[in-house]
Design a protein around this ligand. Sequence first.
Ligand SMILES: Nc1ncnc2c1ncn2[C@@H]1O[C@H](COP(=O)(O)OP(=O)(O)OP(=O)(O)O)[C@@H](O)[C@H]1O
Ligand SMILES: [Mg+2]
Length: 666
Amino acid sequence: MTEPIIHATGLTKTYGRGAKKVEAVRGIDLRVRQGQIFGLVGPDGAGKTTTIQMLTGILTPTAGSATVAGIDVVGDSDALGGSIGYMSEGFTLYGSLSVEENLDFFASLYKVPPEEAARRKETLLGFARMESARGRRAEHLSGGMKKKLALACTLIYRPKVLFLDEPTTGVDPVSRQEFWKILYEFLVEGITIFSTTPYMDEAERCHQVALLRRGEVIANESPATLKRTLSGLALDMVAMPQAQALSQLRRMQGVSQVQVFGERLHLLLRDGEDRAEALRAQLGEAGVEVNDFKITNPSLEDVFIASIEDLRASDMPAKPGVPEPEKLLAQFPLPSDLEGFSETPVEHTNGIVVRTEGLTKRFGDFTAVDQVSLGVHKGEIFGFLGPNGSGKTTTIRMLCGLLPPSAGQASVANFDVVKERAAMKPHLGYMSQKFSLYKDLTVDENIRFYGDLYGLPPGRLAQRRNWVLEMAGLKGKEHLLTRDLSGGWKQRLALGCAILHEPQILFLDEPTSGVDPVSRRQFWDLIFALSIQGVTIFVTTHYMDEAEHCHNLGLLYRGRLIAKGSPAKLRSRMKLGSLIEVPVRDPLAALPPLDGLPEIIQTSIFADKLHALVWEVDAGRSAIEAALGSHDLIDGPIKNIPISLGDLFNLFIEMEEEGRKVRQTT
Ligand SMILES: Nc1ncnc2c1ncn2[C@@H]1O[C@H](COP(=O)(O)OP(=O)(O)OP(=O)(O)O)[C@@H](O)[C@H]1O
Ligand SMILES: [Mg+2]
């Protein structure tokens, strides 16, 4: 067998000494074969970035050794530069340069021949859907667009090994698909990819996945093997009424995870089939009607959660990685106890907390937010969704009184966002896209800082401080520097700081981006709890499973609100669209024949399968069979699979695009 292109043995990194010693990475062994995509996943703080930084020669290991493309990363780290590419979590762009100038800069830095560079630049701008923003200064891009530009700058050259640290965090679902197509093309050129990701659907697409937990590799297999080794059991069912089913299931013993996908529930049980039967009976007794009850193939997310679950069960309580959910839930009622949960809240006109009328923001001759009109009720969780650069953050900034609108009106808590800005502020909380914590302050100092900012009297601050520490699971960590907290903690601290003053309305701009699945769930438990207490939540996310949990959604596209309503309502409004799964022999070869077919809206690769979103199922199927059959690429039966909320949005966007084309030509 040939020598692996990445080979690490006993790689270790410890920080500090004595009582303060932290073992970030504890003697891990890794072997990655050339031409593969290798995924490193694990909860926040598991040591992913530290591992990547040792493999790229940025950090010196405390012990152990590693070679990358035959180069010793410790002894010869200077030589690595020519062979590897690295996109760090905080990749820096040149803010005052345009999108295009940034790409040109990186191309010339890595000596890409000019013609080649020009060609790649176009491909990359296309994948990122950023052609129209090519002249815009990088500092004026949206959060996700910045991330996509950073990725494009990394992909403009062709190293032997590409290291990517959370490359797609905050990137919208459509661009993530496009991005993965590009990665597959890299593989064809023999390039090896080593990537970390908090998205389990992405890990699913890797050849090999290592699960990192507290600095140790606890599994290192192909996704298929990992799923076979899951100790629990995955279940699917349709249970009505859903709110009641949820509230029951979350109280039951042995249920590690419940996820809602439209009307379907996906469950993870800690043990076998007896439990499944008992659970079904229990639901029946509680008056829940259960249909379509079946044991299903576990997802990689199931494996991930199961492995964290036993971490929680077996681990020393002295290190409170995550707040105890039971404690939290005792403190707050269960989210699913909310009356009418997952239904549209009652349509009444009073009690509207956020109202906009033709709200518009222009930057020069570019319209970032285009006549948005919406209303959000008290206690509602409103999901504000849309692709990167569609105007979400800009809208939120106007609603928080941070950016003056160019036209239209808006009120928050009955205060006009322009005229009554100062009076409005105490009533709202805002968690910005890049959590606005002071990294060089400790946890405690951050809380005090925000407390002063909101003018909380000392007694009240002490009370609220306690509450935040409890809520965020940060008891005992008061004196840590915020910089040293891992993602999930930082996120909960930021939330805590945003609600110290108990605002009636909370604006959360991508609060869960880059946070691991377990922390994300806990975060949503907190959001539900706040909503039940009557706090209105205005939240953006690129995670479609989170969107499913909102009472109402608004879909923003190119600054315009193109759809709004509850997830169920939106589903029933859209009569078109199906998702087809096609097993294929060679996924990359199967893409070009499908390109540009009018029946197909979008295709994506899932290991050895293609997913095609089509307008109409029969026509779609026939078109795919005709296009791929002649190349003998189809490798098994074609299936219809349930359409996700993300697919639904693609349909809305596609319809809007069609409409735009029509408007332009008439
Ligand atoms: N000061 C500015 N000058 C010019 N354009 C700007 C400025 N600020 C924002 N924009 C543009 O407005 C558009 C909307 O940006 P916004 O940050 O609101 O997007 P978003 O929906 O929050 O995206 P993401 O999902 O990536 O966070 C983008 O195209 C962005 O480049
Ligand atoms: Mg944004």
